[in-house]
Structure formats: structure tokens, C-alpha cells
Design a protein around this ligand. Structure first.
Ligand SMILES: Nc1nc2c(c(=O)[nH]1)N[C@H]1C(S)=C(S)[C@@H](COP(=O)(O)O)O[C@H]1N2
Ligand SMILES: [Mo]
Length: 257
């Protein structure tokens, strides 16, 4: 079932965006070299574990940031590229004016923000590389609100260990996409809820209106269509209990690169 899901996703990806062969062909006019479209770092052996990353780099070590000239001409869209629910279609029709981000769970002051309210908060812009396990990478410029700023407002309780990101999209079986990270990583300066890609509001394929950027982690951790952040003590009771949609199907929870 895991393998079947995998190949289905891959077929969808190849059909829905551009095939691997055309990605290679495109790389000539892109700023990425052919080898960085298929980075060796994606092999598990070369990735780092949580313990190693925390030991060798300070928790607030920054992911590499690139220059404007490095931005990829095409940033592929992958996974779900439209939640496709009635509720989401309604938000699209209203240009997300009623979209809210709720932050709840183990916090002193649960609260919600409208998209407009989030955009009034101080923002951060970063040009970073996204690495998908399906074998492609792309560099994009993300603008959004640092999640640490939201955390300071809600005040996590001492027993809050993980932040769970709940998304608007569901798969064919009705299972919702979700992801999670340690609460400590929410305070990393590059951990943002992005609302712009390359200076324009996020489009639907890339996760409109809000998507996570959790740099130094693989693509599947970068949750799109984020509606709610829930702080919990344990991941065991959320979804399939492994901390994320793909983790529940066997992917590593800690996807450090
Ligand atoms: N909600 C949601 N988030 C998601 C996915 C998804 O299917 N649904 N796919 C993940 C995967 S595997 C990747 S590589 C990136 C793709 O982001 P992009 O479409 O902006 O390239 O989103 C991640 N976040
Ligand atoms: Mo991915």
C-alpha cells in the first residue's frame, strides 16, 4: 500500500507538472545545475539525524540563503496542487478574505489571525532551496510571518513539545495532510508561514494562502494550505501517530538536510 501510494504520487507528479526528462532539458536555462536538480544529499545515508544536526549546528543555524539571480525560473508544484474541497473553493472565490489561521492546543492564549492580520505583522523574506525526495530541487523567494512571533503571542505551555500543522487538503481516502516539528524549531528565524512566493501571493498549487517554510528540512515537511497550528505534548494521537501524512506511510519524521 505504501509502494502503491508512492508510485501513484510519482505518476501524478510526472503527469501534472513536467517529466524528469524535461526538467533536465530545462536546467540549461535555469540557474540550477543539472546535478543540483538531482541532489545526492537526498539519499538517506547522507542526510543528518536530529541528534547530529542539533549537536553540530546551533539550533538557530541558518539554512543557506541565495541571491535573486539564483531563483529558479520554474518552481515545480508537487503533491496536492489544489485541495479541491467545497470549503476551499469558497475561500478561493472570496480571495481568502475569510481564511483564518488558528493557533491552539497547549498554549496560554489560543487565538486566530485573519490572513490580512498576519500580513500586517513584521515579515521575513528568504531565498532558499527546496529539496523534494522525488528527485528535484528549486530555489524560491519566500515571504511570510516568523512563526516564533506567533508563538510569543500565544505563549506555549511548558508541556508543549510539538507544533502540528493541519492542512486543508485531503487525499482520496479522506485523510488530511498534516506535518509537525518540535516547538523549539518554531522559534528558528527562518521558520515562517509564507504567503508570497517570488514577490506574488502564493498561488493555489504552491499552497495558497499560507504554507510552512521549515528550512533545513525536506520538501514533504513544507506543509501547504495551513489552517491550524496545534501544540501538543505527544504526536501519538494525531493522524496515524507518526507526526505527518508521509511519516504515517514510512517517511522519516526528522528530515534534516
Ligand atoms: N498540504 C500539503 N502540503 C504539502 C504537500 C501536499 O501534498 N499537501 N506535498 C509536500 C511535498 S512532497 C512537497 S515536495 C512540497 C511541494 O511544494 P510545492 O508544490 O510548492 O513545490 O509540498 C509539501 N507540502
Ligand atoms: Mo516532496
Amino acid at each position: 500500500m505504501f509502494a502503491q501510494k508512492q508510485s501513484m504520487k510519482r505518476r501524478q507528479f510526472l503527469k501534472g507538472t513536467v517529466g524528469a526528462a524535461s526538467l533536465v532539458a530545462l536546467s540549461g536555462c535555469d540557474n540550477l545545475t543539472q546535478s543540483s536538480w538531482f541532489p545526492g544529499i537526498l539519499s538517506k545515508a547522507e542526510r543528518v539525524t536530529e541528534t547530529v544536526q542539533r549537536a553540530v549546528t546551533p539550533q538557530d543555524a541558518l539554512a543557506k540563503e541565495y541571491g535573486v539571480s539564483d531563483i529558479s525560473a520554474i518552481f515545480p508544484a508537487n503533491g496536492n496542487t489544489d485541495p479541491g474541497t467545497e470549503a476551499y473553493a469558497e475561500h478561493v472565490a472570496q480571495n481568502f478574505s475569510d481564511w483564518t489561521l488558528e493557533v491552539a492546543g497547549l498554549v496560554k492564549q489560543p487565538r486566530s489571525w485573519s490572513l490580512a492580520a498576519l500580513k500586517e505583522l513584521p515579515s521575513r523574506t528568504q531565498i532558499t532551496r527546496h529539496d523534494c525526495v522525488e528527485g528535484w530541487s528549486a530555489i524560491g523567494k519566500w515571504t511570510g510571518v516568523p512563526i516564533g512571533d506567533l508563538m510569543h503571542q500565544v505563549e506555549p505551555l511548558p508541556n508543549a513539545r510539538y507544533a502540528v500543522f493541519h492542512c486543508a487538503d485531503v487525499d482520496d481516502e479522506g485523510i488530511a495532510y498534516y506535518e509537525s516539528m518540535a516547538v523549539a524549531d518554531c522559534f528558528h528565524p527562518q521558520t515562517i508561514l509564507a504567503y508570497e512566493l517570488n514577490d506574488v501571493p502564493l498561488d493555489i498549487p504552491h499552497g495558497a494562502p499560507l504554507r510552512l517554510r521549515f528550512e533545513r528540512q525536506l520538501g514533504y515537511k513544507q506543509a501547504k494550505y495551513v489552517m491550524k497550528i496545534e501544540l501538543v505534548e505527544s504526536l501519538a494521537d494525531i493522524g496515524g501517530g507518526k507526526g505527518g501524512y508521509w511519516e504515517d506511510q514510512g517517511y522519516e519524521w526528522y528530515a534534516g538536510i
